[in-house]
Design a protein. Structure first.
Length: 365
C-alpha cells in the first residue's frame, strides 16, 4: 500500500472517529432512521380507511332506510351526525366532523315505486381533493350494489363539493404551504441564531452586555417572526393571484393564526439553538424535529387515516392545527372565533417552547 493511501486511510479514520465521538451525532445516526421508518410506514398512505359521514334523510321511508343500512354496514363509513335540514350541512362539514353528507330526496320512495330514478345527493368536503374523490367513488359502489336490489336507484350518485367545487389539488396544497414553508424558515433561522454567535466568537460579548436574557431572546425572536410573516405573505399572494384560489375568509384572522403558530415554532428554534454547541448540531436537531412535524400535520395524508396512537402524537404538532385553521379560513370562510377553539395545542406549544428557550439560554450564560 502506498504512503498516499495510508495517509488517506488515516484521514478517513480521523473523520469517522470525530463523527462518532459526539453523543448527539451517534444518536442522530440511528434515532431518526428508526423514527422515519415507523412514521413513513404508518403515515404515508393515501388509502381511505375511515369516512365519517352525516345523514340528511328527507324521505324517511323504508326504501331510504334500506339504502342507509347499506352505507352503515360498510366498515369504511361511520355515521357521526344526523341532520334534519340541508342548511345544517355547511357548518357541520366546516368543523371537519364529517367528510361527506348523504342527502336523500323527499320523493325517494315514490320515484322507486314509479320505476323512476331516485336521487341521492352527496355533499363532500372538497378541501382535500384526493380523499373527496375516493369517498365519492366508495359511495358510488354502494349505489351500484343497491341497484341490483332496488329498481331505479341511480348507478351514479349526484355529487356536490363544498369549499373546492372543481376539486382542484392546488386548492388543498397551496394554502397549506403558507404555513409549512414559513415554518421551515422560522425554525432554521431561530435555531442558528445563538449557535452562530458561539461560532463567530460574539457570544462572549453578549455575556458582558447590559441586556437581560429576556431582551436578548426577544430580539432574536423578532427577526425570524418578521421573515416568517413576510414569506407567508408572498405565498398567500401567489395563491391568490397566480393560482387564483379565492380567499373565503378574513385575511386578518389568517394572520392572527399564523402569528400564534410562528410564536410556538420560534420558541422551538431558539430552544434548539440555545442547547446546541455548533450550527451543524443545531441543523441536525432541527431536521429531526421538522420531518415528523410535516408528516404528522396532515399536509399530504389525512390525520384520520393514521393509526390511533399516531393520531394522539399529532396533538404535540402545532403544524397540524394551524394547517386546519388556515384551510378553514381560506377555503371555507370560517370566522376566527370558530378556529380559535381548535388552536389550543398551538398555544400550549408556545407556552412550553418559549420558557424552554429561556431556560437553555440562561443555562448557557
Amino acid at each position: 500500500m502506498s504512503k498516499r493511501m495510508i495517509r488517506f486511510r488515516a484521514l478517513v479514520r480521523k473523520e469517522l472517529l470525530a463523527t462518532l465521538k459526539e453523543k448527539t451525532s451517534r444518536m442522530i445516526l440511528v434515532g431518526p432512521l428508526l423514527l422515519y421508518i415507523i412514521l413513513f410506514g404508518y403515515i404515508a398512505s393515501f388509502n381511505l380507511n375511515h369516512i365519517p359521514y352525516a345523514l340528511c334523510d328527507l324521505s324517511g321511508s323504508e326504501a331510504s332506510s334500506q339504502f342507509v343500512r347499506a352505507v352503515d354496514n360498510n366498515k369504511i363509513f361511520e355515521r357521526v351526525a344526523t341532520v334534519q335540514s340541508v342548511s345544517q350541512i355547511k357548518a357541520l362539514m366546516d368543523e371537519g366532523e364529517a367528510l361527506l353528507t348523504v342527502v336523500i330526496e323527499p320523493q325517494f320512495a315514490q320515484h322507486l315505486k314509479e320505476g323512476k330514478s331516485a336521487q341521492v345527493q352527496v355533499v363532500i368536503d372538497g378541501r382535500n381533493s384526493t380523499t373527496a374523490q375516493l369517498a365519492a367513488g366508495y359511495l358510488t359502489q354502494i349505489a351500484q350494489t343497491m341497484n341490483t336490489t332496488l329498481t331505479g336507484v341511480p348507478e351514479l350518485i349526484k355529487t356536490r363539493f363544498l369549499f373546492n367545487p372543481n376539486v382542484i389539488t392546488q386548492w388543498f396544497i397551496m394554502p397549506g404551504l403558507i404555513v409549512m414553508l414559513s415554518m421551515l424558515q422560522v425554525v432554521v433561522l431561530s435555531a442558528l441564531s445563538v449557535a452562530r454567535e458561539r461560532e463567530q466568537g460574539t457570544f462572549e460579548q453578549l455575556l458582558v452586555s447590559p441586556y437581560t436574557t429576556a431582551e436578548l431572546l426577544a430580539a432574536k425572536s423578532i427577526v425570524p417572526i418578521l421573515i416568517g410573516l413576510f414569506q407567508s405573505t408572498l405565498i398567500f399572494l401567489v395563491d391568490l393571484f397566480w393560482f387564483e384560489i379565492p380567499m373565503g375568509g378574513s385575511v386578518l384572522a389568517m394572520y392572527f393564526v399564523l402569528l400564534l403558530f410562528i410564536l410556538s415554532v420560534v420558541g422551538l428554534g431558539l430552544a434548539v439553538s440555545a442547547y446546541s454547541q455548533t450550527m451543524q448540531q443545531g441543523l441536525l436537531i432541527v431536521f429531526v424535529f421538522l420531518v415528523p412535524m410535516v408528516l404528522l400535520s396532515g399536509l399530504f395524508a389525512p390525520v384520520a387515516n393514521m393509526p390511533q396512537w399516531i393520531q394522539l402524537l399529532t396533538y404535540a404538532d402545532p403544524l397540524r392545527f394551524t394547517l386546519s385553521a388556515v384551510r378553514r379560513i381560506y377555503l371555507a370562510g370560517a370566522p376566527l372565533s370558530a378556529v380559535l377553539v381548535s388552536m389550543w395545542p398551538v398555544v400550549v406549544m408556545a407556552a412550553v417552547t418559549l420558557p424552554a428557550a429561556y431556560y437553555f439560554f440562561k443555562k448557557r450564560l
